[in-house]
Design a protein around this ligand. Structure first.
Ligand SMILES: C[S@@+](CC[C@H](N)C(=O)[O-])C[C@H]1O[C@@H](n2cnc3c(N)ncnc32)[C@H](O)[C@@H]1O
Length: 217
């Protein structure tokens, strides 16, 4: 279930964007003529299209604070050579820190091609392109059976949906770190603060988290 407040907020933002786009295009047309207005209208259409696409897919982007990223990795304790996934990796910041600080191989799955592109550029600039892979795709179609650590920071709807997939794919030694939202039905082995009130970090050991998945099957 999508948070109804979130849906209302999205419609409000969409209305504000649409109305302000129309006003800006009209003002441009009056002041500078048809050619300028057409360019501005095309740009506004791109922005609106991008917003609607994100809203439809629940693909909202709230990058983790770097402090939270560091604490997520501290609690997961990845060892050199391990394989770490960030499902919905945004600009790949967690993958880059993990590769640089812990020497892991890191794979990110991200729906939004713009963020994938930014993440790949950042990985290149931080010289970790060899150990960081950012793949464009749907995390629900991904296979994380080879993961040692899975990190997530997703809308609660998505975290709930992901539980079944993680429960069936992960090996028994894998750890899952979830920022802000609990995985429903799983018991965290540890919970720590991320440095900001109300934004805890949960860690789950696949071997010990008691999962409702077992009961459901
Ligand atoms: C809250 S942001 C977190 C970004 C990043 N993990 C971080 O900690 O900075 C959630 C990200 O998940 C991505 N996302 C949402 N649904 C997805 C899906 N089905 N498949 C892949 N990525 C998805 C969004 O595009 C967004 O970049």
């Amino acid at each position: 279930m999508i948070n109804p407040f979130g849906v209302r907020l999205r419609y409000c933002v969409l209305w504000i964007l649409t109305v302000s786009s129309i006003v800006i295009v009209w003002v441009t047309w009056k002041a500078y003529g048809t050619t300028c207005a057409t360019v501005v209208a095309a740009f506004a259409a791109l922005v609106l299209g991008y917003y609607v696409w994100n809203a439809r897919l629940d693909a909202w982007y709230h990058p983790s604070r770097l402090e939270a990223v560091r604490r997520m990795l501290d609690i997961a304790k990845p060892r050199p050579g391990e394989l770490l996934y960030d499902l919905g990796c945004g600009d790949g910041r967690l993958l880059i820190v993990a590769a640089r600080k812990y020497g892991v191989r890191a794979i990110g799955i991200e729906l939004d091609p713009v963020r994938v592109c930014i993440g790949r550029i950042l990985a290149f600039l931080y010289r970790v392109s060899k150990s960081v892979d950012i793949l464009q795709g749907d995390l629900f179609q991904s296979d994380v059976s080879d993961a040692d650590v899975v990190c997530i920071f997703l809308h609660p709807n998505l975290t709930g949906r992901l539980r079944m997939q993680l429960g069936s794919q992960l090996k028994s030694t894998a750890r899952v770190v979830s920022f802000c939202h609990k995985i429903p039905g799983w018991i965290p082995s540890n919970t720590i603060e991320s440095g900001k009130p109300g934004q805890p970090i949960y860690i789950y050991e696949r071997s010990t988290c008691v999962s409702e998945v077992t009961i459901e099957i």
